[in-house]
Write a protein that binds this ligand. Structure first.
Ligand code: BGC
Length: 894
């Protein structure tokens, strides 16, 4: 018999993380074993201070012994307390369902960062102030030389900045992260990174350098100008060199460093970068460079904020795109402009390749669309310039990619190019946070496949440091509503656990004393005063919905635990600020929130949305409390849910099942959040369907209603209507933008229409993931892969495809913490075929779509005889089975 292998060792969701500050990191692994029924019945973890000790099993710092448990995710480290810079090597073996031990896994490790603020010995340093509230500044270069006099055993660079940094050591870039240290509320915390630079040092003279950028700290943030957190960028660095003889040498940022401005005349996330290659400081990051003209750095007082490790993903370069056609010339006085089309609305920037006379300046403007005349459409960028300038050195081929900026674009307009540019003059560089792909969805309808493609690209482009609304105009904020609306879809497509773990801290940092949650996190000055301090219904509720969703999809209770107080304070605030449990009551809250944002001729009352979300947040709090074993709280929130539900019915529901406002969203919320008396549900569902039919099979929902609409219809037994809406091609619908050539999800249903052209440029993004929330329905209902809230994280999987809409096949895969889940079905002449995979150490309930009299086989056996399958019941439309791990091929014949 094949023995199981243990693979994919993870620590806090990451593979071999360097520099974390979680004191009891959680370990996860997977079983690689295709055998039916493959399960873990016990595990053993051993850990040591070195790989050698681990492999020789001596001087172990932690040995769990054989633990009888099927747990293979989030097992907390319970060895001796961890100390700064400690690297722990670990491996696992498991015993399977026959009590057979697996071989030991390959070794894995994690390494701790600096756990005590006192261990940072350097000072914050930077250059003289330049730039102002609305004027960008050049990027300072900083450097320091030092001597290494003995053989080096290991070396680590601990580094962060207020602003952005790129570090260089002896002429080479340290690491490949982009936009570090990322975006946090810099008045409270900043993240540092740890780099292994052992191989970059040399005996003798060495040079450590850094280039600083403005980033979110002092560059433009949304429409409110620069210097939101501070006036200029600052660096904090500490290079720790451990010599072979056991001694240590530390180089820190301090007054001995020198600084100069170089070729980067300005670099701003929203505005773009200007680079003059004639001003390059050639060799500035090498020891032999003559820095006699450089200035001493300035040292700054310690801001007294928390320095925290980067426990989540950083932004990196992921793909390169080539223009899909030769650039098109636009002849316009005073010079020609060239339009490059990358064929994909993307987020990142371009790399320019050019040769020409020194002093020539090339301008690159970025936009998502072209106007009717084929010119770059930039009106929707508002004040974000998204423009890069490059001035040539004039010495042969020059290659340039900006550093501290990103743009949202499909098209680039180039001007000033010497001669006629070829297609290869530009290459698109795709940037996003490192959220590994976990899901695929594909079906027989190419338009839906394009929709899925658009959802994925919307996610990639907007999961950049924080979940943003859009990547192009002067906004790019961590909008809470958008994030909560999309998170369920996000967690299918990509591994977003660590990403949202970090953002949940941003939410907690943004929370006001009162318990209120602002509409964006990290919060910005614009939302610090006035009624918009409260993000309002469906926006602020992200603080509860997001960690709950991460719990569902990854089984993470620690995130719930850590932020429980923050969530509880939020719900308390909602109760206190409501009027008799009516949230956003016009008597007490004239603003009432963003409503069902961007709905189509269907105004849902804000107090209805508010009260529905109060009920929903209370109910989720009850479930969260139960998951954490807080029985009293679970009961209390359960009661609160019932009370709010009663208030909702009293105010908004007639005895005949009509819901006030009468919009699709009003019905969807009432149905989906379980706010109606049981007997009125069918009537409400009927009214919902009536409205859809009256609109000739069109939706009218905005951000809030759209995500739940297909689920509410499915639960109400109107899968047919849900499919009709999905397949609707005329506006407003999910597929309308697809038929118009969209390559990402649009902010508005009518961002551009044949009749009206572009919508209001004041708010018209073509890369906004919110309406991409239909993705969750594609995975969970069309393909049929869903979580079981009782055994979350796909420990137990609900496999329940609901074919329809004339689709002849659909297939989804999901790389869960247990391994790959597959659900792939096909409608064939003779019946229905379904392939499913349940990963080892998980289990599933499968709903095989089949009429009561249909004959079902698994492989070549009748269902009843199939190994690993236990038939539980046959209902009107399904054979319900419990599945053990393994791959199954079901066929259904009438
Ligand atoms: C953003 C949204 C956000 C909204 C609030 C917009 O400007 O782009 O996506 O949720 O404001 O209603």
């Amino acid at each position: 018999m094949q023995s199981a292998k243990v693979i994919n060792l993870r620590c806090e969701y990451l593979s071999n993380p360097l520099g974390i500050d979680v004191l009891q990191p959680r370990l996860s692994w997977q079983l690689d074993c295709p055998r039916r029924g493959a399960r873990q019945t016990a595990y053993q973890i051993v850990a040591a201070d070195s790989q050698k000790a681990l492999e020789e099993a001596r001087a172990l710092i932690w040995d769990t012994g054989k633990i009888l448990s099927d747990r293979s995710t989030h097992v907390p480290y319970e060895g001796p307390a961890l100390h700064s810079a400690q690297r722990v090597w670990w491996r696992v073996r498991i015993w399977d369902e026959h009590d057979q031990p697996s071989p030991w896994s390959e070794p894995a490790w994690w390494e701790m960062g600096l756990l005590d603020r006192g261990e940072w010995r350097g000072r914050w340093i930077g250059a003289a102030l330049s730039g102002g509230r609305w004027t960008s500044a050049p990027c300072p270069f900083l450097r320091k030389t030092f001597v290494v006099s003995q053989p080096v055993a290991s070396a680590r660079l601990y580094v962060t900045a207020l602003g952005l940094y790129e570090c260089y050591l002896n002429g080479h870039r340290v690491g490949d992260d982009v936009f570090t240290p990322g975006w946090t509320d810099y008045r409270k915390r900043v993240q540092y990174r740890v780099y292994d630079v052992t191989e970059m040092l040399r005996t003798g003279a060495n040079a450590l350098g850094a280039i600083l950028g403005d980033g979110w700290y002092c560059g433009h943030v949304c429409w409110i100008g620069r210097q939101q957190y501070g006036d200029r960028p600052k660096l904090l660095a500490q290079l720790v060199i451990n010599f072979a003889d056991g001694s240590t040498h530390t180089v820190v940022s301090d007054e001995s460093w020198k600084t100069a401005f170089g070729p980067i005349l300005e670099s701003d996330l929203l505005m773009g970068e200007s680079y003059d290659a004639r001003k390059e400081l050639v060799g500035w990051d090498t020891p032999g460079y003559d820095d006699s003209q450089w200035q001493p750095v300035q040292c700054f007082a310690d801001p007294g904020i928390a320095l925290v490790a980067t426990n989540g993903p950083t932004v990196r370069r992921f793909e390169e795109l080539q223009p899909v056609a030769d650039p098109v010339e636009i002849k316009e006085w005073p010079m020609s402009r060239w339009i490059f089309d990358f064929g994909q609305n993307m987020v990142g920037r371009v790399r320019l390749k050019v040769s020409g006379p020194g002093g020539t300046t090339i301008t690159l403007r970025h936009g998502e669309m072209l106007d009717a005349e084929g010119k770059l459409y930039t009106a929707n960028l508002r004040s974000a310039r998204q423009t890069d300038h490059y001035t040539l050195r004039g010495e042969g081929e020059e290659v340039y990619e900006p550093r501290f900026t990103f743009h949202g674009f499909r098209y680039v307009e180039m001007s000033g190019y010497p001669g006629r540019p070829g297609r290869d003059a530009l290459t698109g560089i795709v940037l996003h946070s490192d959220i590994p792909q976990t899901g695929t969805f594909e079906c027989s309808d190419p338009l839906i496949n394009q929709l899925q493609h658009n959802i994925v690209w919307g996610q990639k482009g907007n999961f950049l440091e924080v979940p943003t609304d859009c990547p192009q105009r002067d906004e790019r904020l961590g909008w809470t509503g958008d994030a909560q609306i999309f998170i369920r879809t996000a967690a299918f497509n990509r591994d977003v656990a660590a990403f949202f773990t970090k953002w949940q801290q941003d939410l907690a940092d943004a929370q006001f004393e009162s318990g209120a949650i602002p509409p964006v996190a990290p919060n910005v000055a614009f939302f610090a005063e006035g009624p918009l301090r409260d993000g309002g219904p469906a926006w602020a509720d992200a603080v509860v919905i997001c960690p709950w969703t991460i719990y569902l999809c990854y089984g993470d209770t620690q995130l719930l635990e850590r932020h429980y107080d923050s969530m509880a304070r939020f719900v308390d605030y909602l109760v206190r600020s409501s009027a008799g449990l009516i949230r956003a009551h016009p008597d007490v809250d004239p603003w009432g929130g963003f409503g069902d944002w961007l709905s189509i001729n269907a105004e849902t009352p804000k107090d209805l949305i508010g009260t529905a979300f109060l009920a929903y947040s209370a109910r989720l709090m009850g479930r969260i409390a139960a998951a954490l074993g807080k029985t009293d709280d679970a009961q209390r929130y359960g009661q609160l849910f019932q009370d709010v539900r009663r208030a909702f019915i009293h105010r908004f529901v007639t005895a005949d099942g009509l819901v006030f406002g009468g919009t699709q969203t009003a019905y969807v919320l009432a149905l989906h959040f379980d706010l109606l008396p049981e007997e009125l549900r069918p009537k409400a569902a009927q009214a919902l369907v009536r409205d859809i039919v009256e609109r000739k099979m069109h939706l009218s929902t905005g951000f809030v209603g759209a995500s739940y609409l297909p689920f509410a219809l499915t639960t109400a037994g109107r899968l047919d209507i849900a499919y009709e809406l999905l397949l609707q091609k005329s506006w407003p619908s999910w597929l309308y933008p697809v038929t118009q050539g969209a390559t990402t999800i649009w902010e508005r249903w009518d961002g551009w229409t044949a009749e009206k052209g572009f919508q209001d440029p004041g708010m018209n993004s073509f890369n906004h993931y919110a309406f991409g929330s239909i993705g969750a329905w594609l995975y969970a209902v069309v393909a049929g892969i869903d979580v079981d809230p009782e055994r979350p994280g796909y420990k137990h999987i609900i496999l329940r495809p609901r074919p329809g809409g004339g689709l002849s096949h659909a297939r989804a895969t999901l790389d869960s913490l247990y391994g790959r889940i597959v659900s792939a079905w096909q409608q064939r002449e003779g019946g229905f075929e379904w392939e499913v995979t349940v990963p080892a150490n998980a289990s599933a309930t499968a709903y095989i779509p089949a009429a009561p009299q249909a004959v079902i086989r698994e492989g070549d056996k009748p269902l009843e005889d199939a190994e690993g399958v236990a038939l539980v019941q046959r209902t009107e439309d399904a054979a319900v089975c419990e599945l053990e791990p393994g791959t199954y091929h079901f066929t259904v014949r009438l």
